[in-house]
Design a binder for this molecule. Structure first.
Ligand code: PLP
Length: 388
């Protein structure tokens, strides 16, 4: 891994993670407990170290989106309960039981399949019932026309052998949006969630854990804490609500200036010749490209941060390299470190320019970018995801 360290790397600030954890817990109040969403390798931040830190901080639960992600955490010695939020084929029930994973159950059909498999294996699978209150993705539909049928179906599911119903949850579609229409929709979704829980309780069906709050709800509706809250993006200190909450970005994606060139006026830069110098231009060549996760759509749009100022990307981003304008930054030389995203250069701004969301950019930081973990101000671990 040493050889790649001075190429491009992602510093993961676990102290910032601790700060964000504490701010979010304070915001939700003393009742609700923290469920850390660490799917997709903790949004690109490294699921094992993030989960270890959350476990040490006192989180109650973790969530992933497939069984392999759960296995990775168990293999690293993570003991917290893990909820598998996504689709799991019933044939993987054995792995769910072996890894002590709680499975989301999104329909009666899926519940029957898990029940049958768990019985055959002689185990009991912990499940959380997923309610579709308006996301139209997974879950028992809770809109007016479907409400009664879903109520009956959930009652039947909770009586199935081989299942241990522990929780019930839903997911919001627009909880991070401020418009009146979005707020009305989120309140409607929450009302459906509470109505279904109440109707189930009237039928004698109770769940120990109710949860619904994603990042948007943690930011905008702290009263939706229930037993657990499930913030993802804000845990990592990014997303458009993070600044207002006083959160700190956990990832700093960094690279070094690999070569410096002096180009005369009227010289084109990179593939497609989309940038042309108009004056003598000092150009830095950086060993980061779209194969590292720096999306090519940011060509001629994004910039890197240096202690002396920003250096705009010139021309197309290549697979393994890109060029930046160092004119007017005479102290930035070969070997200087620059920040591609991070506390000085927000990935939120890059996402806006790329026409996407910050989630996609941190998830895209690829396996050849080593993660360097810092805790209590010191480097504690390095991890490279490339095969040995
Ligand atoms: C991904 C996910 C979350 C976290 O969403 P954020 O917007 O990152 O807070 C919470 N709940 C479910 C079901 C999810 O799939």
């Amino acid at each position: 891994m040493e050889s790649t360290l001075k190429r491009t790397w992602a510093e993961i600030d676990l102290d910032a993670l601790e700060h964000n954890y504490k701010v979010l817990c304070g915001r939700m109040g003393p009742g609700p407990r923290f469920l850390g969403v660490v799917k997709a390798d903790a949004y690109g931040h490294g699921a094992v170290e993030v989960s270890r830190t959350l476990e040490e901080l006192g989180a109650a639960y973790l969530a992933v989106s497939n069984v392999d992600e759960a296995r990775e955490l168990r293999g690293a010695g993570i003991g917290l309960p893990i909820l598998q939020l996504g689709l799991t084929p019933a044939e993987q029930t054995e792995q769910l039981l072996a890894q002590r994973v709680t499975q989301a159950v999104w329909s009666e059909r899926s519940a029957l399949a898990f029940s049958r498999e768990a019985e055959r294996l002689g185990g009991r699978l912990k499940v959380h019932i997923k309610l579709d209150t308006g996301m139209s993705r997974l879950g028992f539909p809770c809109d007016e026309p479907d409400f009664a049928a879903s109520l009956e179906a959930i009652c039947r599911v909770c009586a199935l052998p081989g299942l241990e119903p522990e929780g019930i949850f839903t997911h919001f579609a627009v909880s991070d949006e401020d418009s009146g229409e979005s707020r009305d929709y989120t309140l409607l979704q929450h009302r459906r969630f509470e109505d279904m829980i109440r109707a189930l309780e009237e039928r004698g069906v109770h769940f120990a854990l109710h949860h619904c709050a994603n990042s948007g709800a943690a930011a905008g509706y702290p009263q939706f804490g229930h037993d657990l809250f499930r913030p993802g993006i804000v845990t990592y200190g990014i997303g458009h609500q993070a600044d207002a909450l006083g959160l700190r970005p956990v990832m700093a994606l960094k690279t070094v200036v690999g070569a410096v060139r002096e180009l005369p006026p009227d010289t084109t830069v990179s593939y497609g010749r989309t940038f042309r110098t108009t004056q003598p231009t000092r150009v830095g060549v950086l060993p980061i490209g779209y194969a590292d996760g720096l999306h090519r759509v940011l060509s001629n749009q994004w910039r890197v941060w240096t202690p002396d100022g920003f250096a705009p990307i010139l021309g197309r981003i290549c697979m393994d390299m890109c060029m930046v304008d160092l004119t007017g930054l005479p102290h930035v030389n070969e070997g200087s470190e620059v920040e591609v995203y991070g506390p000085h250069n927000s990935v939120n701004d890059a996402a806006r320019l790329a026409g996407t969301i910050s989630y996609e950019l941190t998830c895209a930081v690829s396996k050849r970018v080593p993660r360097i973990y810092h805790r209590h101000g010191q480097e504690i671990a390095r991890e490279l995801l490339l095969r040995e």
